[in-house]
Design a protein around this ligand. Structure first.
Ligand code: TYM
Length: 329
C-alpha cells in the first residue's frame, strides 16, 4: 500500500489554508493509503517559542486534527520530537545539502527579509528536516499546499542525491498530493497573498459563528466591475477562490456570471460564503472543544503514534546506517 505522510507546525490554530491545503486531502486519504500524520514541533523552534507555547500548541493542533476527522486508528498521529531517529537522518541529509541551494529557497529568503535579526541555522536547513520527516517513512505521497512545493522539490533532490552518492536505489522520490489535482493556495481575507498565521488574515477552524461571519463580510473587495467580462483584480480573484472552496464550483460560477454581467453584489456572495463556512465549521468547532478537554485521550494518541512512527523510523535508520558504512548498534 502506498505510504502518505503529512505534517504541520504547531504555531497557533489551524486555519482554512491548512484545512484546504493539506488536512482535507489527508482525511480522505486515510481510508485508501498507509497514512501517518505528525506535529512538526522541532520545525517550530525556528521562532523560539516558550516551553508553555509548545506544550499548548501541540495539544491544540492535535485536538484540531482529530476534530477535522483524522482517525488515529487509521492514521497514527505523532509528535515529531518523540521520534528521535528523525534527527539522525536530518544530520545525514545536512551533510549532502549545499549552502548555495539552501540559500536560494524562497521561504528562507523571505525570512531573511522579514526577520533579519533571527536568521538561524535551523531556518537554513529547514528543508533538510522536512525531507528527513518524509524520507524516514519512504512516503509516496505528501498532501501539501502550494507554499510547500519548493520544500517538496528539495526532498526529492535529497532522495536522489543520497541514492547517487551511495549508489543505491533506497529512497523514493515523494510526490506532492493535491486534493483538487492542482496545488492549492488559499488566499487570505485581506485580499493579498496566502492565508497564513503570520499574515493576520486567517479564518480559524475554531472561530465562533459570529467571528466567521464578521471576518468574511469584511473580506477586502473593490467597487465592483466597471466593464462587461472584465478581468478580475487580485483581491476579487481571491474572493472567488475562497468562494469555490467554501461554497463549491456551482456557486462560484453563479457569482462569476453576475460579475461578468456587472450585476454582482459582493455582500450576497459573502453571505453565502459565511453560511457555508459556518456549516463546514460548526461540527469541527464542537469536536475541538470535546477533544481539547480530554488530556488522557490526547496523551494516549500521542504515545501510540510515537510507537508506530518510531518502529518504522528505527528500521529506516538501521538500513541507512548500513548503507553509509556505520556499525550496527
Ligand atoms: P505549515 O505548518 O505552514 O502548514 C501546514 C500545511 O498547510 C498548508 N497551508 C496552506 N495550503 C494552502 N494555502 C494556504 N494559505 C496554506 N497555508 C498553509 C501547507 O502547505 C502545509 O501543507 N513545512 C511544513 C510542515 C512540515 C511538513 C513536513 C509537511 C514539516 N515537515 C513533512 C509535510 C511533510 C509547514 O511549515 O507547514
Amino acid at each position: 500500500m502506498e505510504r502518505v505522510i503529512s505534517g504541520i507546525r504547531p504555531t497557533g490554530n489551524l486555519h482554512l489554508g491548512n484545512y484546504f491545503g493539506a488536512v482535507k486531502s489527508f482525511v480522505k486519504m486515510q481510508d485508501e493509503y498507509d497514512c501517518m500524520f505528525f506535529i512538526a514541533d522541532w520545525h517550530s523552534l525556528t521562532t523560539h517559542p516558550t516551553p508553555e507555547n509548545i506544550r499548548n500548541s501541540v495539544k491544540t493542533i492535535l485536538s484540531e486534527y482529530l476534530a477535522c476527522g483524522i482517525d488515529p486508528e487509521k492514521a497514527p498521529i505523532y509528535v515529531q520530537s518523540d521520534v528521535k531517529q528523525v534527527l539522525e537522518l536530518y544530520l545525514y541529509l545536512n551533510m549532502n545539502a549545499y549552502l548555495g541551494e539552501l540559500e536560494r529557497v524562497t521561504s528562507f529568503k523571505e525570512k531573511v527579509r522579514k526577520q533579519p535579526d533571527n536568521v538561524n541555522a535551523g531556518l537554513l536547513t529547514y528543508p533538510c528536516l522536512m525531507a528527513a520527516d518524509i524520507l524516514m517513512h519512504k512516503a509516496d505521497k505528501v498532501p501539501v499546499g502550494k507554499d510547500q512545493e519548493q520544500n517538496m522539490e528539495m526532498a526529492r533532490l535529497f532522495a536522489r542525491r543520497f541514492n547517487r552518492i551511495y549508489n543505491v536505489e533506497y529512497f523514493k522520490e515523494p510526490a506532492s498530493f493535491y486534493f483538487a489535482d492542482k496545488a492549492v493556495k488559499v488566499p487570505g481575507l485581506d485580499g493579498t497573498g496566502k492565508m497564513g498565521k503570520s499574515e493576520g488574515n486567517c479564518l480559524y477552524l475554531c472561530d465562533d459563528e459570529k467571528t466567521v461571519t464578521k471576518k468574511i463580510m469584511r473580506a477586502v473587495t473593490d467597487q465592483g466591475p466597471t466593464q462587461l467580462n472584465q478581468e478580475k483584480p487580485e483581491v476579487i480573484q481571491n474572493l472567488f477562490t475562497l468562494c469555490e472552496l467554501l461554497s463549491g464550483k456551482e456557486a462560484a460560477d453563479y457569482y462569476n456570471d453576475q460579475y461578468n454581467n456587472m450585476t454582482i453584489r459582493y455582500g450576497d456572495m459573502k453571505k453565502q460564503m459565511a453560511a457555508d463556512a459556518n456549516t463546514l465549521l460548526a461540527p469541527i468547532r464542537e469536536r475541538i472543544l470535546a477533544y481539547s478537554s480530554d488530556d488522557a485521550l490526547l496523551d494516549r494518541i500521542m504515545r501510540q503514534g510515537a510507537e508506530a512512527a518510531s518502529a518504522r523510523a528505527e528500521k529506516t535508520i538501521e538500513e541507512v546506517r548500513e548503507i553509509i558504512g556505520f556499525r550496527k548498534i
